[in-house]
Design a protein around this ligand. Structure first.
Ligand code: NAD
Ligand code: UFG
Length: 376
């Protein structure tokens, strides 16, 4: 079953890993991205890591519904995975209108383009943040939802918008995937997450401290009701997460009934790890102790978050396979590669960099910048 998938935000952290796994599964991918939080260079590695495949790039803004519809039609897109959007909780508190405007408009644009073109399968990037400080552990999809910040509320609102749209549209299937804590990088070391500025999240902060870019890791609280008192999360390797998207989209595409529900599905491992466990594993992988100290709790943090991942297994036969060792190993490998002197890295990237230039030279002037992978 070879299908064409549109990945909005496909150049970003989760989108780029998912594109690799879609190509590996034999699908073709169109990435629509405006590169506001990603780099064109990262795309160059994708066909190499995936071992070939058909991939196209449309540079533009997902809030432009005409552009989204044009891309869907031009490539006869079978399904859309909507990753594009803003994701920083702190920024959303400081500038809520930006988040409501960008994230909601982006989702409305995708849905109206899909309605206009008859493309009827959608996977949406939601988040475990929709569960707020729920006390039910592990958290099933039926747990009450509530979010304490504008970013999380955009995810809840978009899930509700999709509910209404699915209810009003025959044969439209949608899955909202609620990610727990995505971490790690592709084992090749070529793609991963490079946060701009000081990272808020634990893994990138540890990685930058290990790389000597930060003095020490601050552990936010050691008085939670967890194994060692430090906060515990359900971390999921980004490659597992990417494979979850492939399973989800293939499940949607295999559905033939007229009335399809909009399912919300957790993507997590069902296993929790504390901050100290992550630090110790990361230190083991690097081969030296990463400096850290205990500081007071971070305001707004929950002590424990853990997915019940059984629905994903029941619905589309997916479960996470990679453990904390692989998450730390691959995250560190990407961080170490990012820190390499530019010359050495450029040599190693060789073929990928040339591919990238070719794509950009080949762009047609269509009002939108669009390129075709010459390797296809
Ligand atoms: P990311 O920022 O790395 O990727 C998002 C991509 O979307 C970027 O390439 C960015 O340039 C692009 N983009 C943003 N606004 C756009 C616009 N208006 N038009 C076109 N492209 C646009 O983020 P990510 O970590 O890959 O997250 C992907 C999705 O998953 C987001 O919706 C995010 O909210 C959600 N999510 C992420 C996490 C996480 O921890 N990373 C957790 C839960 C949910
Ligand atoms: N932590 C530290 N020190 C740090 C950073 C984090 O001790 O420098 C701790 C936190 O207190 C928490 C754990 O490490 O116990 C994980 O923190 P992250 O910031 O990595 O992840 P969160 O679970 O707090 O937040 C993530 C996403 C949010 C999303 C939330 C709920 O970053 O966008 O999950 O799904 F809203």
């Amino acid at each position: 079953m070879t299908k064409c998938i549109l990945a909005t935000g496909g150049a970003g952290y989760i989108g780029s890993h998912t594109t690799v796994e879609l190509l590996r599964a034999g699908h073709s991918v169109v990435i629509l991205d405006n590169f506001e939080n990603s780099a064109r260079d990262a795309l160059a590695s994708i066909p190499k890591i995936a071992g070939g495949g058909k991939i196209w790039l449309a540079e533009g803004d997902v809030r432009n519904a005409r552009l989204v519809a044009d891309v869907i039609q031009r490539h006869s897109v079978d399904a859309v995975i909507h990753f594009a959007g803003k994701k920083a909780v702190g920024e959303s508190v400081a500038d809520p209108l930006l988040y409501y405007h960008d994230n909601i408009t982006g989702a409305l644009s995708v849905l109206s383009a899909m309605r206009g073109t008859g493309c009827k399968r959608l996977v949406f990037s939601s988040s475990a943040t929709v569960y707020g400080d729920v006390k039910m552990l592990p958290i099933p999809e039926t747990a009450p939802t509530c979010s304490s910040n504008p970013y999380g509320r955009t995810k809840l609102m978009i899930e509700e918008i999709i509910d209404d749209f699915v209810a009003s549209t025959d044969d439209f299937g949608a899955l909202s995937l609620r990610y727990f804590n995505p971490v790690g990088a592709h084992p090749s070391g070529f793609i991963g997450e490079s946060p701009i500025g000081t990272p808020n999240n634990l893994f990138p902060f540890i990685a930058q401290t290990a790389a000597g870019m930060r003095d020490m890791v601050q552990i936010f609280g050691n008085d939670y009701e967890t194994r060692d008192g430090t906060g515990s999360r359900d971390y999921i390797h980004v490659v597992d997460l990417a494979r979850g998207h492939v399973a989800a989209v293939e499940h949607l595409l295999s559905q033939t009934t007229n009335i399809l529900p909009h399912r919300k599905v957790n993507l997590g491992t069902g296993k929790g790890h504390t901050v100290l466990e992550v630090l110790n594993t990361f230190s083991k992988v690097c081969g030296f102790q990463i400096p850290h100290r205990i500081v007071p709790r971070r305001p707004g943090d929950v002590g424990l978050s853990l997915a019940d991942p059984s629905l994903a297994f029941g619905l589309f036969n997916w479960r996470a396979e990679l453990g904390l060792d692989e998450m730390c190993r691959d995250h560190w490998r990407f961080q170490a590669a990012t820190n390499e002197p530019r010359g050495r890295r450029r040599t190693r990237l060789g073929a990928e960099a040339r591919w990238a230039n070719r794509v950009w030279e080949d762009f047609e002037s269509l009002g939108i910048a669009e390129g075709r992978n010459a390797l296809a």
